[in-house]
Ligand binder design. Structure first.
Ligand code: FAD
Ligand code: DLZ
Length: 511
């Protein structure tokens, strides 16, 4: 009974369900296809990372005597799509059945559903049990809750996994140590130096391929030094646990020019493609806590991001799709300005984040949420355009994780399905948590007039513009009370200056 086991680019785990009962005589199929690189114009670095990781994973399997059929992007007969390559492989191998793990994106799940008709043998689609919470478990949890709040979901995941539990109580008596995780960086605090990984011959081949085939996509391939194999990924994770995790919590929300990574793990792309298992990342973090090498606020914060936010976000995606993609409760319609692609803006916070993402396909969470995301919310950019931008530019971006973060977390486009109020903030937040404002053409403390930071007028313009939609939210009471107390002329000035700024944004749609 020979099976063809189809492993997608974000399923690079030896323990993936499609390989769990791998037998001698089976073949593992992996394919590089143009359709996946082009359905949005992914950052060049993301494509290079994924193809290099896929090729290294295939080599690792071969070293264990697994038979791998690997189709390269430039193979002459490559049809360019998952379906076309699966059909060709079925002709080549004449398997009894195809075994595959469910994908991370709705559009691919639809594709897979059609394979049962389009492929000349049985197709078995298995659950992705790399996630801790199954679809059924998430639905069961969601059914029992009027409001979907990550915190309550997270506590159940803590109980179920046993992470940081003392019997049935949370370690050190509290579920969440977030209040200790909001320190700005003092200049004396230095981030540890990161390990880098040299480009081997195979990865260089991929970089050359991406440069010639996708050189017109956003982003740079220069100085590629990210892990691409299981061995390197584990080394990177271990380095993080030893060197950066202890300060991860305290400085989780801080931002500093020229230091994109600070104490963050930088492992999202490695977890999402399968090179690191989320449980092993949490296991190592918990060990560090039990051994006394990392404090509770760091370890709890890190584990919460993974068994809390990551699992919750995935649950929301599959529960809400396909309608979720079109959510636009705030009726935001403005086009995304060109500087999201060119990086040419005099708002220094955005400029720093755009430069970093172009160079490395990475920004950390607070840059994504409170700088770029906050700006998108305040300006009222069209959620479909914002979704596409986030899916293109980050090396860890897959729709299951990108979409709820954009639709629900930054844009409030789902009307508060899981966020109790919009994450809207004026310049003050960015000034407090970063050194960006010191070098900016605008003044963070100036509220209106020449040289005032646009975030300040944009904030109140957003609040005023969405009054009918947000005023009923009890968590917005104080904000609307402040707006109502504001002098009428001041409100007019704010709205006029915001309109001038918004009208000045150039969005040619050429990028
Ligand atoms: P750390 O700060 O070290 O956190 C540890 C891990 O926790 C991450 O590696 C990640 O696996 C997980 N995590 C943390 N926050 C989240 C979250 N909100 N949702 C899901 N997982 C989380 N993450 C992605 O993996 N892919 C995306 O496409 C993506 N898009 C985002 C878009 C927006 C608008 C926002 C606000 C967040 C997005 N995130 C996304 C979540 C988060 O910003 C990244 O996971 C994180 O910045 C990755 O960096 P890190 O590995 O250094 O994470
Ligand atoms: C993102 C991506 C890219 C760029 N290329 C490929 C590819 O050539 N082959 C492949 O198997 N996977 C690729 N991927 C990841 C897929 O887009 C991902 O598996 C689906 O979106 C499902 O999550």
């Amino acid at each position: 009974m020979a099976a063809l086991r189809f492993v997608l680019g974000d399923q690079l785990s030896r323990e993936i369900s499609s390989l769990s009962d791998l037998e001698a005589g089976d073949t593992v199929l992996m394919v590089e296809v143009a359709a996946e690189a082009n359905y949005v114009r992914h950052h060049q670095r993301k494509i290079a990372f994924l193809f290099a990781a896929m090729r290294h994973f295939a080599d690792d399997l071969r070293k264990r005597d697994v038979s791998v059929d690997y189709v390269r992007l430039d193979d002459e007969a490559n049809t360019g799509s998952f379906t076309g390559e699966l059909q060709r492989a079925v002709e080549r191998h004449a398997p009894d059945r195809v075994v595959v793990t469910e994908p991370g994106e709705w559009r691919v799940r639809e594709m897979m559903a059609d394979w049962r008709e389009e492929v000349a043998c049985e197709v078995e689609i298995r659950p992705d049990d790399r996630f801790i919470c199954s679809h059924e478990r998430f639905s069961e949890w969601a059914e029992g809750h009027k409001d979907l709040r990550m915190e309550y979901f997270y506590r159940e995941m803590r109980r179920e996994t046993g992470y940081l539990m003392e019997g049935d109580k949370p370690a050190e008596g509290k579920w969440n140590f977030d209040h200790s995780n909001r320190e700005p960086l003092k200049t004396s605090v230095k981030a540890p130096e990161r390990p880098t990984y040299s480009v081997d011959e195979g990865t260089q081949e991929v970089i050359d391929l991406v440069s010639s085939r996708f050189g017109n996509h956003f982003g740079s391939l220069e100085d590629f030094d990210y892990p691409v194999s299981r061995r390197q990924a584990l080394h990177y994770l271990n380095w993080f646990i030893d060197e950066a995790l202890p300060d991860f919590g305290t400085f989780q929300d801080a931002m500093r020019s020229g230091e994109p990574l600070l104490f963050h793990s930088h492992i999202s792309a490695l977890i999402n493609c399968g090179l690191i298992d989320p449980r092993e990342a949490c296991d190592r973090a918990e060990h560090a806590y039990r051994d006394g090498t990392a404090p509770i606020n760091a370890v709890e914060g890190f584990i919460r991001q993974i068994i809390g936010w990551r699992e919750f976000i995935r649950g929301v995606y599959w529960r809400e799709m396909p309608d979720y993609a079109a959510s636009n409760k705030l009726l935001a319609q403005r086009k995304l300005p060109d500087f999201f692609w060119t990086g040419e803006t005099d708002l220094n916070c955005l400029k720093q984040c755009f430069a970093e993402v172009k160079a490395s396909a990475y920004n950390h969470h607070i840059q994504r949420l409170m700088v770029i995301g906050n700006f998108c919310l305040l300006c009222g950019f069209d959620p479909r355009e914002v979704q596409e931008w986030y899916l293109v530019v980050y090396h860890d971006a897959y729709e299951w994780v990108e979409m709820p973060n954009v639709v629900g977390m930054i844009l409030y486009a789902d009307g508060g399905l899981f966020a109790s109020k919009p994450y809207a903030a004026s310049a003050n937040y960015i000034d407090k948590m970063s050194d960006y404002c010191g070098d900016c053409a605008y003044s963070a403390s100036k509220k209106t007039g020449e040289g005032a930071c646009p975030f300040n007028v944009l904030y109140w313009d957003f609040i005023a513009r969405n009054k009918d939609r947000l005023k009923g939210n009890p968590r917005m009471n104080r904000t609307y009370a402040t707006l109502e107390r504001m002098d009428g002329e001041k409100v007019k000035t704010i709205r006029r200056e915001a309109t001038r700024f918004l009208d000045g944004l150039v969005a040619t749609g050429d990028y």
